[in-house]
Design a protein around this ligand. Structure first.
Ligand SMILES: [Zn+2]
Length: 353
């Protein structure tokens, strides 16, 4: 089957599990940052990038549907702090195949296999395999298919299967329902349940990068991921993505990875310019959020982290940044709504409590 046909089948096969939909008398949506670390470095225990979107009503504490966007390092721990077992996630959406957004998934799926082998499977939305012009391929399908391999190869899985033969023989991959889609320049619906719908659009960062929007009866949120402008470097109007802006029109909340302008080549941190240019700056995100009419801008994946003197090996020109430095950058872009400078487990709920 060619990949186009397969992609169309996947789009048609969006999940229709009845999890609630319009059943809630007073619908609500809760958006929680499960990790705010930007890129592979570690800093003071911050978890890797991820956002949990919960939808429901009072009767289920706004948690009838639980959708996880990206699964950076430590996602399991952050979810445990807010009482969300990985076995309760309905679907997981990955923006791109970079470890700071994906490496928590092996841990999450191993845990799910250990205690929830009876199911249900979790839907995993990833881009169809994306070929880079430089010859390599980014593959969410392969990532999922090999998610438990190191523990299979070590012999641990055989040992645990002997202990408990009710577990799935193929390991954690058997609990993943891969829903690969071909991200395009216009949004496509990649998952839905009742009145809750998730759309995806293709955005630039690395091949196969996707940004998502969740529409619910209580409001909408866009998760931009590491999207940057299609033009890889200046001169250009902005560092933000035109596709994300299209996706975010009229959305209540924008969650987006950000880089502070202080890391720019003009400030001589030594941070590699191509890596700087493929992120969206806090200032340009402020401008974009104002244009789309967002009420809340949640900055995450902060480069550099607040309080850090370095981003990996690169010193921060002028010293560590604080919350005010990020807010000033956003305000400088013209945003008049509520800015949340992300810390792990920062939450915005709609309607406001
Ligand atoms: Zn990243």
């Amino acid at each position: 089957m060619n990949s186009y046909i397969r992609a169309m089948i996947n789009v048609l096969a969006v999940s229709v599990t009845a999890l609630g939909g319009a059943a809630w008398a007073a619908p609500c949506m809760k958006v929680t940052l499960t990790g705010t670390q930007g890129g592979p470095p570690v800093f003071k225990g911050q978890a890797g990038a991820g956002t949990l979107v919960q939808v429901g009503g009072d009767e289920n504490k706004c948690g009838a549907i639980k959708l996880q966007f990206d699964t950076g390092r430590g996602t399991t721990q952050r979810l445990s702090q807010i009482g969300v077992p990985v076995g309760k996630l309905n679907a997981i959406f990955i923006t791109h195949m970079h470890s700071d957004h994906t490496e928590g998934l092996a841990d999450m799926m191993q845990l799910r296999w250990h205690f929830n082998s009876g199911g249900p499977k979790v839907d995993l939305a990833v881009s169809e395999d994306a070929k880079s012009p430089r010859g390599h391929t980014l593959s969410g399908r392969n990532f999922a298919a090999h998610i438990g391999d190191s523990l299979i190869e070590s012999g641990e899985m055989e040992q645990r299967l002997v202990e408990n033969p009710k577990r799935l023989a193929g390991g954690p991959k058997d609990l993943i329902n891969v829903m690969a889609f071909a991200p395009a320049k216009e949004p496509v619906v990649v998952w839905s349940s009742g009145d809750v719908k998730v759309s995806a659009i293709n955005s630039r960062h690395i091949p196969g990068h996707a940004s998502y929007r969740v529409d619910t009866p209580a409001g909408s949120v866009v998760i931009g991921g590491d999207a940057g402008n299609d033009k890889p470097k200046p001169p250009r109007d902005t560092s933000t993505s035109a596709q994300v802006e299209k996706l975010a029109m009229g959305a209540d909340i924008i969650v987006h990875s950000t880089i502070h302008p202080v890391m720019g080549p003009d400030r001589k941190s030594g941070f590699p310019p191509p890596i700087y240019f493929r992120q969206s700056t806090a200032t340009d995100l402020g401008s974009m959020a104002q244009r789309t009419g967002a009420k809340h801008l949640m900055l995450t994946h902060l480069i550099p982290p607040m309080g850090a003197k370095r981003q990996g090996p690169y010193p921060i020109p002028g010293g560590a940044l604080d919350e005010a430095a990020y807010k000033a950058a956003v305000t400088g872009g013209g945003f008049s709504g509520n800015t949340v400078v992300g810390t792990d487990l920062a939450t915005v709920q709609l309607p406001a409590k």
